[in-house]
Design a protein around this ligand. Sequence first.
Ligand code: GTP
Ligand code: MG
Length: 137
Amino acid sequence: TNRTFTMIKPDAVEAGHTGAIIKMIEEAGFRIVAMKKTKMSSERAGQFYEVHSERPFYASLCEYMSSGAIVPMILEKENAVADFRKLIGATNPANAEEGTIRKLYAKSIEANAIHGSDSDENAQIEGNFFFSRTEQF
Ligand code: GTP
Ligand code: MG
């Protein structure tokens, strides 16, 4: 098995979809290795999304991601990164497949309900950004 990192984003937490999203994640066969509810400052959101710092939506993204509570999690499953991105659907909910988390719960291309790591390497970096070793079971 391997791991991926996710966080439920402020729009979905605020709308009360945390429980429904966690249920979908567990029913899809992912084991929760670590989880908490927290909030990022815009500086910390900027660090998390550093790879997007040259994109035109970067400032808006950092403001949005620090606008409310988030629920970060480390997840474990065979083929975790690819299978999780399938479960969440396309970045833009307008293009997301039926039954995906973003199709069901995302509000817009920016406020798109949930994050999923795009590689094993980034999954490890992002998981360690939020959780110490002693918080990962
Ligand atoms: P993540 O799982 O959150 O990394 O999404 P992704 O991998 O599907 O998309 P990407 O890494 O390209 O973009 C990161 C995040 O930036 C997205 O999830 C959106 O919240 C936001 N974003 C991406 N593209 C746009 C855009 O064109 N406009 C705006 N406003 N936000 C965007
Ligand atoms: Mg991404």
